[in-house]
Design a protein around this ligand. Structure first.
Ligand SMILES: [Zn+2]
Length: 232
């Protein structure tokens, strides 16, 4: 790590109003990015496009009323930087603010008019202890504040941490995800819930967590929103 990087990191400790991407100081104390990085953030048009990449990636696996992601995640782009700050730099406030942005986009979707509430995808307890928060829950709280809907953080549970997955085969890892979600508290029969996660990659996490909810509550209708979708 270069000295200038180190100094920038130190500066941000005392003056937190810096751009999360380029570390330039930002006048607006509520802003996450400087104007230049903000304009580099790749926003999708999913909230206007019911047939989109999120729905495609979950097609045939998870029946959905509505699906959208706010930003496109690419290696090294502004979106990746935001997600990194939210997950690894102890910034649940970033998750909440990004959730509010996503909430504003979702507030224009007619298909969410009858929404009952929001369910964040849970993380393992051990991860939660290490990180101190669940980033999906922070995003869900931001969405809930804008849509004025309750967040049901215990509607899903993640079963015990299975240890390192690096030595498992791909199929075993997939099965591990499949087994790791169970429905938790709350009765949601015939209701409409929005399942929320930070990043959509293969869709396995949303597939298995969403189906755990659908199996537990008859007549449940499900929508999905993520902050970002990984480009492929
Ligand atoms: Zn910037």
């Amino acid at each position: 790590m270069g000295i200038s990087h180190w100094v920038r990191g130190l500066t941000s400790l005392f003056f937190p109003n810096v751009c999360l991407n380029c570390s330039r100081s930002v006048d607006d104390s509520t802003a996450l990015l400087c104007l230049r990085c903000e304009s580099d953030l790749p926003v999708t048009d999913h909230w206007k496009q019911p047939e989109n990449e999120v729905r495609d990636r979950l097609a045939g696996r998870l029946p959905l009323e509505y699906a959208a992601a706010a930003y496109t995640f690419r290696e090294g782009n502004v979106c990746q930087q935001l997600i990194h700050a939210m997950k690894y730099q102890n910034r649940p406030d970033v998750g909440k603010k990004l959730g509010e942005r996503l909430g504003h986009l979702l507030s224009t979707a007619d298909r969410l008019n009858d929404l009952h509430g929001i369910v964040p995808v849970p993380i393992h307890n051990r991860r939660r202890h290490e990180r101190g928060y669940n980033q999906a829950e922070a995003i869900a709280e931001g969405i809930g504040a804008i849509l004025n809907k309750p967040v049901f953080s215990d509607a899903l549970r993640r079963t015990d941490f299975q240890g390192s997955q690096t030595r498992r085969t791909k199929l075993e890892r997939l099965e591990n995800v499949r087994d790791s979600f169970v429905a938790g508290r709350g009765k949601f029969s015939n209701q409409h819930l929005l399942l929320v996660d930070d990043v959509l990659t293969t869709g396995a996490t949303l597939d298995f967590s969403g189906n755990a909810l659908l199996e537990a509550h008859s007549g449940l209708r499900l929508s999905v929103a993520t902050l970002a979708i990984v480009e492929r």
